[in-house]
Design a protein around this ligand. Structure first.
Ligand code: UDP
Length: 141
């Protein structure tokens, strides 16, 4: 199995709920290592750049407003199939559809305030890790 790195963000709603530690525990219990982390309050420009792929979507403006509504916790995770493993831990985008026991089922309130972000493919993981951790090796050694 491939050792991968992926980019994870604990969004403002989950940071405000004080569940960073609980979410980190889930990463570690699933065998994912936190290999970089930082708490930041994103600017509108940074959030817009990060979500540029969604620029034409109707929810883009609200998404950016939400992402800058408070601090976020950003981490790079490493482990076997880290990208899919993290996506499994997160659950479906809409918490109402997320499987029981997933982060979004347990901590998210709505499709816009949905607790976490996770890269969805190796290419996006590489771009997203480089965006927040410039100079970091985007692939596992
Ligand atoms: N989003 C939203 N409304 C929608 C779809 C998406 O607010 O109808 C937001 C939501 O926060 C989601 C993010 O846009 O996490 C990115 O959407 P994507 O489809 O990439 O979902 P994800 O990969 O985060 O599950």
């Amino acid at each position: 199995m491939a050792i991968e790195r992926t980019l994870s963000i604990i969004k403002p709603d989950a940071v405000a709920k004080n569940v960073i530690g609980k979410i980190y525990q889930r990463f570690e219990d699933a065998g994912l290592k936190i290999v970089a982390s930082k708490m930041v309050h994103l600017s509108e420009r940074e959030a817009g750049q990060f979500y540029a792929v969604h620029k034409e979507r109707p929810f883009f403006k609200d998404l950016v407003s939400f992402m800058i509504s408070g601090p976020v916790m950003i981490q790079a995770l490493e482990g076997e199939n880290a990208i899919a493993t993290n996506r499994d831990l997160m659950g479906a985008t809409d918490p109402k559809k997320a499987a029981p026991g997933t982060i979004r089922a347990d901590f998210a309130d709505s499709i816009d305030a949905n607790a976490v972000h996770g890269s969805d493919a190796p290419e996006t993981a590489a771009v997203e890790i480089a965006f927040f951790f410039p100079g970091m090796n985007v692939y596992a050694r």
